[in-house]
Design a protein around this ligand. Structure first.
Ligand code: ARG
Length: 638
């Protein structure tokens, strides 16, 4: 007997027939979907494959757990009447205990006795694995994210790409996909010629070793100032610069040498690249991100670039303009996509050409089922252009490419000035967080490693601020707001987690006991019978009865929120929205907080205490899993 059948048998429940693409072992909402589908299919005579996907989520608990819009069943007749009729005839029981007709909709409510018993145990048994499901088994996905440019600032666009891409990678992994995390560095182009010339003039080997990213950036800024000065001086004299005798010309010829494979030039560039990557590895580790591949614009092979040119020519996608080659999408029937240069007159390649080549190479090498590009919406046009070009070139798999875009961040600067690198942002947030923590000296003294906690909580502040709204929205970088422990912030989630940990610490119940807890609502909250048996005065009785009502209501709501975690993850993997998970975690923590107010743990009879603790331990586990998924390390104390 499989474990699902076994566990449900203990609750006197029969497993409903599984519908294709459902995951009842991993997702309790799917289990209930299967039950509804089975029953409705019989009642209404509609095929299961139509009912199952029509069962939608409800945004608010008051409206039920699942919602069925009858129009989606393609039935003929008076749908309002049909809704009433189906609701009246629907067999209630162990899975569903209420069906309410609402116009042409049916609202289904899960049986909360079942949820409380089944989900709590499921979470406590599967621990870190709770939420995962084998949706993508056997499939692979490349997630390309962050992709900063060497010697240039790591700007807000890169920060957002890092955060969102890190989350999506974790999410797909949880859902059974083989994930390849890829960083596509901006590590090729004329700027490396500029950098090389600059390094000769301003570079220091020692500084390069210590902080390559900062040093290369400094050099780059200095030499660019020189270039500007040279140009302005020439302009002032009404002269034009001699390309063979100016910095810009020197840079250009250095890059040309790189493109031609000159050993010395390539070696210098490689050194810049490798040292930068070493530093990046450490910084990304602070965000719990580890790449499988550091690729980059430089890594696209000559061979594939030649093939790209050839195919573009063969498919008649190229127009010539004064020695340069371009794709004129308008001529090719894609009005909105304009024109784009694919090869300069000196034969060198461009950003879009390298993207075409890189995609083709990746497809050959990894044979992915899906490839996600996490790039700012400022590059929407670029991305559409290269996706469309790939398609026109005859790559059928271009339909498997997804652009996950996002809006801008405004005002990301500190008192010390504009932040330029990821490290600076993280250091600034950590320092601020430490300041805030010190304000409560009593609590501060109890924290083991305040630096570490400030770092982790600070990072969670940055991350939650970034992921809490729909990704396409712009947002303002609000140092104080995001670090506040009130309102929906990263520190609030951390606070909730450490509070749950503290409840567990004070109760000190062995895991084994939690797993065997009696999770009936009568035990967790109490019952009218138990109250009556206490022989209370009328006044006392009324008071306790009110409390009991509120305990039951809140506990039921909490169980329903807990049950929907796996389904939330699946939904997020379809809309690529971190906010789906963040919103869920706030819903969970708010519901926990309001339940905990009426459901004390310490001071109750042991059986009741264990049951309540089991419930809150399960909440803690889900919160933990969700935070990890977002890339946040939950703290034990703060
Ligand atoms: N390095 C680019 C930039 O900073 C982002 C690269 C995005 N990825 C891509 N395949 N084009 O703008």
């Amino acid at each position: 007997m499989d474990s699902l059948t076994e566990n449900l048998k203990k609750l006197n429940l029969v497993v409903p027939a599984p519908v294709a693409d459902s995951f009842p072992e991993a997702n309790t909402v799917d289990l209930c979907r299967n039950y509804i589908t089975e029953q409705l299919s019989e009642l209404a005579g509609v095929d299961k494959s139509i009912i199952f996907p029509a069962l939608e989520w409800c945004q608010v608990l008051e409206k039920g757990d699942l919602l069925l819009p009858l129009p989606r069943l393609r039935l003929k007749g008076n749908l309002d009447e049909m809704a009433k009729d189906l609701a009246a005839k629907f067999p209630l029981g162990g899975y569903i205990d209420r069906v309410v007709p609402q116009g042409k909709f049916l609202q289904f409510y899960f049986n909360t006795q079942f949820l409380l018993k089944y989900v709590t145990k499921d979470v406590l048994t599967r621990t870190l694995d709770f939420g995962s499901a084998p949706l993508g088994n056997g499939k692979s996905v490349i997630v390309e994210f962050s992709s900063p440019n060497i010697a240039k600032p790591f700007h807000a666009g890169h920060l957002r790409s890092t955060i969102i891409g890190g989350f999506l990678s974790n999410l797909y992994e949880r859902l059974g996909w083989k994930v390849i995390r890829m960083n596509y560095l901006g590590d090729w182009g004329k700027q490396f010629g500029v950098l090389a010339v600059g390094f000769r003039k301003y570079g220091s080997e020692a500084e390069l070793e210590v902080n390559p990213i900062q040093h290369l950036f400094d050099v780059y800024v200095k030499i660019n100032n020189d270039i500007k000065a040279e140009q302005e001086a020439a302009e002032a004299k009404g002269e034009t610069l001699d390309p063979n005798n100016c910095i810009d010309g020197e840079a250009r010829s250095f890059f040309k040498k790189m493109e031609d494979g000159d050993k010395e030039s390539v070696a210098l560039w490689k050194k810049f690249r490798n040292l930068s990557i070493e530093k990046y590895i450490d910084t990304y580790a602070r965000l719990n991100i580890k790449y499988d591949v550091y690729s980059g614009e430089s890594q696209v092979s000559d061979e594939v670039m030649k093939n790209v040119s050839k195919t573009l020519q063969e498919k008649n996608m190229i127009t010539e303009d004064r020695g340069a080659l371009l794709i004129d999408f308008k001529q090719l029937g894609q009005k909105k996509l304009g024109k784009v240069l694919v090869q300069k007159s000196d034969g060198t390649s461009l950003y879009i050409t390298r993207d075409l080549g890189a995609a083709i190479e990746r497809h050959e090498k990894y044979n992915f089922d899906k490839m996600i590009y996490v790039i700012a919406s400022q590059q929407d046009l670029h991305t559409k252009q290269f996706f469309t070009a790939l398609d026109m070139m005859g790559n059928k798999w271009s339909k498997d490419l997804v652009h996950v875009n996002f809006g801008m961040v405004l005002g990301m600067s500190t008192r010390k000035g504009t932040v330029v690198f990821l490290d600076d942002i993280l250091e600034a947030v950590k320092a601020k967080m430490l300041e805030i923590m010190k304000q409560n000296s009593e609590k501060f003294a109890q924290v083991d490693d305040p630096e570490k906690v400030a770092d982790l909580v600070g990072i969670s502040a940055v991350m939650i601020q970034d992921m809490q709204a729909k990704r396409i929205n712009n947002y303002e970088f609000g140092w104080d707001r995001m670090l506040s422990s009130e309102g929906d912030t990263g520190p609030y989630l951390q606070y909730a987690h450490s509070r749950l940990r503290s409840i567990q610490r004070s109760a000190a119940v062995p895991d084994e006991d939690l797993l065997n807890a009696n999770m009936s609502i009568e035990n967790v909250c109490g019952s009218l019978e138990k109250l009556k048996a206490l022989n209370l005065s009328e006044e006392e009785f009324t008071k306790k009865y009110k409390l009991l009502e509120s305990q039951i209501e809140k506990t039921q709501a909490l169980a329903r929120v807990m049950a929907s975690y796996p389904d939330t993850l699946r939904y997020a993997s379809k809309n690529y929205e971190p906010s789906t998970v963040v919103t869920y975690l706030f819903k969970l923590t708010h519901q926990f907080s309001s339940t905990y107010k009426v459901l004390r743990v310490i001071g109750e009879d042991r059986e009741v205490m264990i049951a309540r603790l089991a419930l809150f331990s399960a909440v803690r586990q889900i919160l933990h899993n969700g935070m990890i998924l977002l890339g946040i390390t939950p703290v034990e104390r703060m």
